[in-house]
Write a protein that binds this ligand. Structure first.
Ligand code: UDP
Length: 240
């Protein structure tokens, strides 16, 4: 397409569920390879790509808290560790096709990955490396969507591209209401007031306060990641 490239630096959020695909294991290697290929295509155009990975395909703190006496913080630390597994898997996949990639963790795991250092992350991006941020924000009671908003603001990325298993945001639940319409655009206000389950409140509020647009789109449609990164119309755009 001849459409001009809109973004220079993007924050791609890949949820754990999206990574699972239809594979019987937690991670579908077809999905990680598809992500790697599409990210490779845009980095070749000079667009800088940082990624925040979720961990819900392996462990979600909130659903385990309370079980067998597990306190929320412990459960959340396990969840954060799950994101590190996804990050290393994704890094290995990217590097297998020649994309230089660094993983930075929100808490120290120095034998496995770099610690998160903002200036170093930015330097990697400037050198054309993909940076994967793992372990969320490093704090229990938060989500990787919030980590995506936070890192996006910190590294001055222009947009959060939220890759999911749905085409975007609907005006109603499409699984229960066949009449539900896919929305092209939404305001932050609409997301919070209508309680549309796009992102948690902390994440969407952080985006709103820092004027970060969010694009919600379907990772499973081939070419979508590339389109979203290039700023082409895909999914739902959330903004002021
Ligand atoms: N988590 C956390 N703090 C963070 C990010 C994540 O405690 O800053 C934990 C939390 O338990 C969460 C899990 O890590 O359930 C996996 O992250 P998330 O649910 O955001 O993954 P996704 O839904 O994107 O797959």
């Amino acid at each position: 397409s001849n459409q001009p490239i809109k973004w220079q630096r993007v924050l791609l959020k890949v949820s754990g569920e999206a990574l699972a695909g239809d594979h019987s294991q937690n991670i579908d290697p077809k999905i990680t390879m598809a992500i790697a290929r599409e990210v490779a295509a845009v980095t070749r155009l000079g667009i800088e790509v940082a990624i925040v990975v979720g961990g819900g395909n392996i462990f979600r703190g909130s659903s385990w808290a309370g079980c067998s006496g597990l306190d929320r913080s412990s459960a959340d630390y396990i969840g954060m560790l799950a994101t590190v597994m996804n990050a290393i898997f994704l890094q290995a996949t990217m590097e297998s096709i020649g994309i230089p990639t660094r993983v930075q963790t929100a808490f120290r795991m120095s034998e496995v990955a770099e610690p998160y250092i903002r200036r170093r992350a930015v330097r990697h991006l400037e050198k054309g490396r993909v940076v994967i941020f793992a372990a969320g924000t490093g704090n229990p009671f938060f989500t990787t969507d919030t980590a995506a908003a936070l890192r996006c603001a910190e590294i001055n990325a222009e947009v959060v591209l939220k890759a999911t298993n749905v085409d975007g945001v609907y005006d109603d639940d499409p699984r229960h209401n066949p009449q539900a319409r896919l929305l092209d655009t939404l305001t932050y206000q609409e997301v919070t007031s209508k309680d549309l389950s796009v992102m948690d409140m902390t994440a969407i509020t952080l985006c709103q306060e820092n004027n970060i647009p969010v694009v919600v789109f379907n990772l499973n449609k081939p070419g979508n990641i590339e389109k979203a990164i290039k700023g082409e119309r895909v999914g739902t755009l959330i903004g002021p």
